[in-house]
Design a protein around this ligand. Structure first.
Ligand code: ADP
Ligand code: ZN
Length: 599
């Protein structure tokens, strides 16, 4: 906890204790022995009582042996008269008043307590210092994490495979190192840089590397941290963050998941109460960025994977006006990333990184990092001397498909159906010229899937042609059709396949203009995230689209069914191989097809 508040709370507690003690001592008569009113009257009547002290409705008197006695006198009594009659000296005292400050304090105590609770809840989660590498900022402040230059270990060399993005941000490093040089020359350096791209492509890593290379402090916070349940907190956090940044300039402020704050203002969940708060926070962010000038020497880097839903106001000049795409790595990039992460591991000389890179299309940097890490773990677990090719392959499967679920109990019949289903996918993919080659087929359950047919593209595909998409439709339908042919029944196992089929077919018609009847037009569906409304279609168009989608799927279905019926023998052979070995590779399928063709 922040020192100031720690001290404050301690002092408050001490003050409270002193006050209570004081109060207690002053009212010490309360500790006097209490005697009933009747007893007291007897004493008065006996004439042994010389004097009493009256305090409010209490009478204090001394017993013969000198002990202090207290008696509460009933309101409707003639005690006074009887005392006067008995010649007792009466001394009246004002009843002790609770001191005003104590009174005030006591009545405010619950409120104070609530206030403290609130402050604590604000603190919670904000001040951790993970791994000791970050320092939490002051209490109730921005909750940003700070990595000081001395602690930052990440350099540009640690970021691989995204060279273009690296080049684009390289000049920021020079600027942060020698800001005066740039400002003297009148150069305008962007204050805001937006990194966008899929999750795990290394946006955070790149921002850290810039700070690491330039040797400047790195403040990082996630957009979702700004938006809390308390209205007004987000805006004040933004203000604090920027103030803190200006104090430590030159420095980098990194805002991850900026879409959490910077989502298009018209969008956002319906009726969510966080909306006002988010808007206030966003406004504050815009105000702060506008307030910057080149002399502040602070660079704000934001990251998102949903650049499309950002509020356009964020992207205006003077704000995040430089946008750098951080793409998924290509083959060469993947190889470099793998090597970066393998630097510290023991690698068998037989390992060919290029092969692994080719077998991991679509992997993000983060996935590649976890592939290497998984392989290192497997190596250690198996007490093996170094990471081998086989281990890397296994690690790849694990990252790609989730861990195997060998413990899942599957009935024999389910297993046969799964084998037949996967064999159907594999055979159709094998037979169709346009489809991605089959890499591996398995009926070992992984994640939620009971089986899996893995296809790997020959080369990187940036765009897809019609033939490829049709082949994909056929392949996806192949599983269900094989079940139909062999077992003459349908199972729920194909649900996910069919979902993808509908999705692809619809997009072929509506987005990619691949249906002659509809023509080269696009029809946008509503996008609930960006708040973009769907295109309004005439009834005829809607019907036409449905007809065309159906036609595409039906054609694919017919093609696949024809293929599988024709090659029923191969389908059965692959199914049998799967039931026997559970996982079969491309080579094994090839062998089956070859012997099948020879027969
Ligand atoms: P993002 O911020 O884009 O979601 P991160 O920067 O958090 O992704 O990446 C997570 C981890 O993945 C990094 O810490 C790093 O280990 C690894 N990684 C991602 N991209 C790369 C890359 N281009 N080069 C090296 N490692 C990478
Ligand atoms: Zn399937």
């Amino acid at each position: 906890m922040h020192q100031f508040y720690k001290n404050l709370s301690i002092w408050l507690l001490v003050a409270l204790a002193v006050l209570l003690l004081f109060h207690y001592c002053k009212q010490s008569p309360e500790r006097a022995h209490t005697v009933s009113y009747t007893e007291f009257l007897k004493k008065v009547d006996s004439g042994l009582l010389a004097n009493v002290t009256v305090v409010g409705d209490t009478v204090l008197w001394k017993n013969t042996d000198g002990t202090l006695i207290k008696t509460v006198v009933p309101q409707a009594s003639d005690a006074l008269e009887r005392l006067l009659r008995g010649n007792v000296t009466i001394q009246a005292e004002e009843p002790p008043q609770t001191p005003w400050f104590l009174h005030t304090l006591l009545s405010w105590l619950p409120l104070l307590f609530l206030g403290f609770l609130w402050l604590f809840s604000l603190r919670r989660g904000g001040g951790q210092t993970p791994g000791g590498s970050g320092r939490a900022l002051a209490f109730g402040k921005s909750r940003a994490r700070l990595i000081n230059p001395e602690e930052s270990k990440i350099k540009l060399d640690d970021v691989a495979g995204i060279d273009e993005a690296k080049e684009e941000v390289a000049e920021l490093i020079d600027f942060l190192k020698k800001p005066e040089k740039f400002t003297a020359a009148g150069a305008r350096i962007p204050t805001g840089v937006l990194l966008y791209g899929e999750p795990g492509t290394g946006k955070t890593l790149l921002a850290k590397a810039i700070a690491g290379e330039a040797g400047v402090p790195f403040f990082s916070i996630s957009g979702s941290n700004f938006v809390e349940m308390y209205v007004g907190i987000g805006a004040s956090r933004v203000r604090d963050l920027f103030n803190e940044g200006k104090k430590r300039a030159p420095c980098i402020i990194f805002i991850d998941e900026i879409d959490a704050v910077g989502r298009h203002r018209s969008a956002g969940g319906a009726g969510s109460s966080g909306n006002d708060e988010r808007e206030q926070t966003l406004n504050q962010l815009l105000v702060e960025m506008d307030g910057f000038d080149a002399n502040d020497h602070v660079i704000v880097i934001a990251a998102t994977n949903r650049q499309d839903i950002l509020d356009p106001a964020l992207l205006r000049p003077g704000r995040f006006d430089r946008q750098v795409m951080v793409p998924l790595p290509d083959v060469g990039g993947r190889e470099k990333i793998l090597k970066v992460h393998a630097r510290t591991a023991k690698i068998d000389p037989g390992v060919n990184w290029q092969v692994i890179a080719r077998g991991t299309p679509g992997f993000s940097g983060a996935q590649l990092a976890s592939l290497v890490n998984e392989a290192a773990l497997m190596t250690a677990r198996g007490n093996r001397p170094a990471i081998t090719m086989a281990i890397l392959e296994a690690a790849k499967d694990k990252v790609l498909m989730g861990a195997e679920r060998r413990s899942l109990i599957i009935t024999d019949r389910e297993k046969r159906i799964t084998a037949c289903h996967e064999a159907g996918h594999a055979l159709v993919a094998w037979m169709l010229p346009g489809a991605d080659p089959v890499h591996k087929v398995t009926i070992i359950p992984r994640g939620r899937a009971l089986g899996l047919t893995m296809q790997l593209p020959e080369e990187e595909r940036v765009s897809h042609d019609r033939a490829y998409l049709s082949a994909t439709l056929c392949t996806l339908l192949g599983g269900r059709i094989a079940e139909e042919i062999v077992f003459n029944q349908m199972t729920t196992g194909a649900g996910n396949d069919l979902e993808r089929v509908s999705d692809i077919a619809r997009r072929m018609v509506c987005e990619w203009g691949m249906s002659e009847a509809v023509g080269p037009l696009t029809f946008k569906a509503a996008n609930p995230l960006s708040g973009q409304p769907g295109q309004i279609l005439s009834e005829q168009t809607a019907i036409l689209i449905d007809v065309e989608v159906r036609k595409l799927v039906q054609t694919a279905y017919d093609t696949a069914r024809h293929l599988l019926t024709e090659h029923r023998g191969l389908l059965d052979a692959i199914t049998a191989a799967l039931l026997e070995r559970e996982t079969i590779s491309r080579d094994e399928i090839e062998a089956i097809v070859r012997t099948g063709a020879a027969n």
